[in-house]
Design a protein around this ligand. Structure first.
Ligand SMILES: [Zn+2]
Length: 295
């Protein structure tokens, strides 16, 4: 497996670098879940480890060592009957316009371009309002931001497209953060052209895995040797923890110390949670937006 370490000290406008042949690949209206009340933020920030704040659907904010990474946290409810969780507009606006407590984000990551994970204007607005934030994502996501965010010229120096192909990975070091991008894909059929990326973020002395909407395909996961990597916290869509194939992948190919389920269907949260607990009693199921966990 090819690996590259990229060190980006200075961002260059719409950076597009290729190193080697196959090495660097630049290239829904559900009712609201209960919202957690912001409590004891200052106290929890000072403790060790990494804090994970559930945003909505697969959105999470990772915080440690004075650094923050937001994955899949800028999306908008554009479908009247979505099964998935979205922040209410007032909270969504805080993220998009980088208001506290979302004013210190260093890095935006997006697994893929689907509406329940990403909104081009939302991402563009956050970058506009938070001059230190950087976006690193697939060419598909970056192209949508470039095409749909009117003020793209003002933010493009902080946007980087990196697209590892299926079953390939790229190491990235940027904005004082280290992470890996994994080409996981989004399954077959109409989603086969979707560039779905996994991420292993190193933060607070932990390795956190986020997989976007990958299908539970053992062959793909075997390729990444995640057990050797030593995953501390795996943040997985709920179907990995309720279906037999996904459960086998978790046990054989990921073996994380801690499990968090996301992407829960809001109307089925209770039954999904009890199914997950049957197979993984210690798993955390994120259903309450803005709830926090520390690892
Ligand atoms: Zn998707």
């Amino acid at each position: 497996m090819r690996r590259l370490r990229l060190v980006f000290g200075i961002l260059i406008a719409a950076l597009s670098i290729s190193i080697g042949v196959a090495a660097l690949y630049l290239s829904k209206g559900a009712p609201l879940s209960v919202m957690a009340t912001p409590a004891a933020d200052a106290a929890t920030q000072q403790r060790s480890g990494v804090e994970i704040t559930y945003i909505a659907n697969e959105g999470v904010l990772l915080s440690a060592d004075g650094k923050q990474v937001l994955i899949d946290g800028l999306h908008r409810n554009e479908r009247p009957f979505s099964h998935y969780a979205f922040l209410p507009p007032a909270e969504r606006d805080k993220i998009e316009t980088a208001q506290a407590p979302f004013d210190k984000i260093d890095l935006l990551l997006v697994s893929h371009r689907h509406y329940d994970h990403f909104h081009a204007e939302g991402v563009g607005l956050h970058l506009k309002h938070n001059p230190k934030a950087v976006l690193v994502s697939s060419q598909q996501v970056v192209s949508e931001v470039a095409q749909n965010f009117k003020e793209y010229e003002a933010i493009k120096t902080r946007v980087l497209a990196v697209t590892p192909p299926l079953k390939e990975r790229v190491d990235v070091k940027i904005a004082g953060l280290e992470f890996e991008m994994l080409g996981l894909g989004h399954g077959s059929g109409s989603f086969s052209e979707i560039q779905n990326l996994g991420h292993i973020v190193k933060l607070g002395g932990k390795k956190l895995l986020h997989v976007g909407d990958v299908e539970p395909d053992a062959e793909i996961f075997a390729k990444f040797k995640l057990v050797e990597a030593g995953i501390d916290v795996a943040i997985l869509p709920f179907w990995f923890l309720t279906g037999k194939e996904g459960q086998a992948i978790v046990k054989e190919h990921i073996k994380p110390k801690h499990l968090i389920a996301v992407h829960t269907e809001t109307l089925k949260a209770a039954s999904i949670t009890s199914q997950i607990k049957e197979a993984f009693p210690d798993a955390v199921v994120f259903t309450t937006m803005l709830e926090k966990r520390r690892y």
